[in-house]
Design a protein around this ligand. Structure first.
Ligand code: SF4
Ligand code: SF4
Length: 361
């Protein structure tokens, strides 16, 4: 399998905010034409519309055996055991896929593992595989390496794991990308990489860091450095990239079509860039938008964090312009729904307060 996967989480949008399915079709066709086959969607991606768009742009237009599709069950939407089949059957209907090549328990971490255990989701997912409705089972993971070791020890039946791996989080105390990769390899599980560009952070580097990379390879984009880093790691089966435009896709395809791993010198350079970036980020938000769906105040949370992360460059006028996109940090009622689903476990309420104090004291 070629090592680039199409993450269907940040799909191109039209002016009305809906997924631009026609543009998505162009991207899907180009992806397949270049020999790539792995697509990754989930129940709540793109405000619950990713699976429908996947049917329109991919499943209805290409032979089922010309691509593989991953989908996921998320603990946040499970209130009873009946919800497991309710969601799964609806996912089969929405995607029209007939079966899933890969099916994951989404966002495994201590709080969600408890729900998956209490609702017997581990046996349930095994049963889906036995019935032929899923070919491989796994889970995506957002916790520390010790917890990953525990889950994989208790569930050797899992075929693969999906980990957050990028050169910024490689040695991070909280994400523990390197340690998690080591645990997955110890258990002999192939790794699917998510967030290789850390929600776009590694495609928008500070000027000095960007200059360093351009000096080494003037023709490589910043994102392509990040993708190459992840794809070259031992045990990695595929690297997911949430591509939002044909241009982004072409950039990814150009580096992954005839993939060559980074050499030792290039890896060392990324270590320097990581130090540089780390020193400048205020809120390590990846822009996944899981938090926005359930926000009763409709606050475009990742947009406010992206603005905050721009530091001195960002102005009060930029802040005011975001008000047109929904609620503002001042509208936050402190319900905490956002923090319950944030895979980065960010203290969103406190950070929004800091954003408001910075721009609208
Ligand atoms: S705590 Fe604030 S930002 Fe988070 S979901 Fe509730 S209202 Fe929205
Ligand atoms: S705050 Fe958390 S859930 Fe929201 S976009 Fe950022 S990383 Fe994702």
């Amino acid at each position: 399998m070629k090592k680039l996967g199409f993450g269907l989480m940040r799909l191109p949008t039209a002016e009305n905010g809906e997924i631009d399915v026609e543009r998505m079709k162009v991207m899907v066709d180009e992806f397949l034409a270049n020999g790539f086959t792995y697509f990754d969607t989930a129940w709540m991606y793109c405000n619950f519309r990713s699976e429908d768009a996947t049917k329109q742009a991919l499943v209805d237009r290409h032979p089922r055996d010309s691509f593989t599709l991953a989908d996921k069950l998320h603990a946040a939407y499970l209130k009873s055991k009946d919800d497991r089949d309710g969601i799964f059957n609806e996912q089969l209907r929405k995607t029209g896929a007939g079966y899933f090549d890969y099916y994951l328990l989404h966002d495994m971490r201590a709080a969600h593992e408890k729900i998956y255990r209490e609702l017997d989701c581990f046996s349930w997912i095994r049963e889906k595989k036995a019935q032929g409705l899923v070919k491989e089972i796994g889970f995506s993971f957002h916790d520390n390496a010790a917890f990953l070791d525990k889950v994989l020890t208790e569930h050797p039946e899992m075929d693969f794991v999906q980990l957050q791996v990028n050169y910024l989080d490689w040695e991070s105390d909280s994400v523990q990308s390197r340690l998690c990769c080591e645990v997955a390899r110890k258990h002999g599980k192939p790794i699917v990489v998510m967030e290789p560009v850390k929600g776009g952070t590694l495609a928008n580097l500070p000027a000095g860091a960007s200059r360093l990379l351009r000096q080494a390879h003037p023709d490589w984009s910043e994102a392509s450095w990040a993708i190459r880093f992840a794809a070259g790691l031992p045990g990695v089966r595929v690297v997911l990239s949430g591509m939002s435009s044909p241009a982004q896709m072409r950039d990814n395809l150009s580096c992954m079509k005839d993939f060559q791993p980074l050499n030792a010198e290039e890896q060392k350079l990324l270590g320097k860039v990581a130090d540089w970036v780390r020193s400048g980020i205020a809120v390590p938000c990846t822009g996944c938008s899981y938090c926005t769906t359930g926000c009763p105040a409709s606050i475009p949370i990742p947009d406010y964090f992206a603005l905050y992360n721009r530091g001195d460059e960002a102005t009060a006028a930029d802040y005011a312009s975001l008000a047109g996109k929904g609620g503002t940090p001042a509208d936050c009622i402190g319900c905490g729904a956002c923090e319950a689903v944030c895979p980065q476990e960010l203290p969103i309420r406190a950070e929004l307060k800091a954003v408001a104090e910075r721009f609208a004291p």
